[in-house]
Design a protein around this ligand. Structure first.
Ligand SMILES: Nc1nc2c(ncn2[C@@H]2O[C@H](COP(=O)(O)OP(=O)(O)O)[C@@H](O)[C@H]2O)c(=O)[nH]1
Ligand SMILES: [Mg+2]
Length: 290
């Protein structure tokens, strides 16, 4: 997989912005994707926050494997300066807990004139805008798209003693490893590029075969799991009529698999676990060469 390249200007701008607002922030609301908390984390956030307390939200709880999410919650629970909560961003009842979690982490604030001041940070597509809109109670942040130019941030009063920046701190994804990059791509966090699309699906199938084989068997009526990921994709292609002439239509079958995995049709799937690394066995296989 090609390295994820971010225009350095954007990176520096994001870094600068987050640094600028930090002195006037009491609590950082860090949003991670529950399916891949580690790979969707950006180290700059940890640096920029210093010792500011954090509410770490594991978003898209409805798509992630509940057992694995619970393992992540425990994994992060050592830090006394941090509260971890798995969450579905569209669930207003769950969102309603957030101001209180922030208040508890900043007990020296509160009351008139000393509201707890929070900001939402995270990489694109983790649910920051959905969260801000849900907390504010109206659509102020654009969902599913990032504004090209960030306007000046403003504080919005959510309660007498709780304010929120109206725009999130956007951080670029920075996976530690090649597998981390693939996980991000498989989750849909990184925009699909034509070249890598089939590679991402191959990665996803290889992972699913190892971690959630029964889901593949059930969904695509496979009988048994084929030996390799390529064979598995081919079997799925035949079941779903993704055949061009006598060849497998790799793009079409990739689209089906990724779409169904990302939308939860294959059930709740986590892409990484705190203490278990599922190897990517086919990193060296190039489907275009076959
Ligand atoms: N299934 C699910 N989808 C979510 C959740 N939160 C956000 N989304 C979706 O994820 C996409 C990105 O959300 P958005 O709020 O724009 O993310 P942002 O880029 O971090 O601001 C949108 O299609 C949202 O509808 C969640 O908890 N569960
Ligand atoms: Mg957004």
């Amino acid at each position: 997989m090609a390295k994820i390249n971010w225009f350095p200007g954007h990176m520096n701008k994001a870094r600068r912005q987050i640094k600028e607002i930090m002195p006037a922030i009491d609590v950082v609301i860090e949003v991670l994707d529950a399916r891949l908390p580690k790979s969707s984390m950006n180290p700059v956030i940890a640096k920029a926050r210093g010792d500011k307390p954090v509410v770490r939200l594991l978003s898209k709880d409805d798509l992630a494997d509940p057992e694995v999410t619970e393992a992540w919650r425990r994994y992060y629970s050592d830090d006394v300066n941090m509260t971890v909560l798995s969450i579905v961003m569209t669930d207003r009842r769950q969102l309603a807990r957030i101001p209180d979690l922030c208040r508890k982490l900043a007990p020296y604030r509160g009351g008139i004139g000393k509201p707890v001041r929070a900001v939402v940070v995270g990489i694109p597509n983790v649910g920051k805008s959905t969260l801000i809109n849900g907390l504010v109670g109206r659509r102020i942040a654009k969902v599913g798209d990032e504004p090209a130019v960030t306007r000046r941030q403003q504080r919005i009063q959510i309660a007498d003693d709780f304010t929120l920046m109206d725009t999130p701190g956007i951080m670029w994804p920075s996976p530690e490893s090649e597998v981390g990059g693939y996980r991000l791509a498989a989750s849909g966090a990184i925009r699909d590029t034509a070249v890598e699309y089939e590679d991402i699906a191959l990665f996803a199938v290889d992972y699913l075969m190892q971690r959630y084989p029964e889901r593949l068997i059930e969904r695509y009526k496979l009988g048994s799991i084929p030996d390799g990921a390529m064979e598995c994709m081919e079997a799925i292609a035949r079941k779903r009529a993704c055949i061009k002439g006598r060849d497998v239509d790799w793009h079409k079958v990739s689209e089906i698999i990724l779409k169904e995995m990302r939308s939860g049709v294959l059930g709740r799937i986590s892409l990484e676990e705190p203490d278990r690394d599922v190897p990517y066995r086919e990193l060296d296989v190039d489907p275009h060469a076959i």
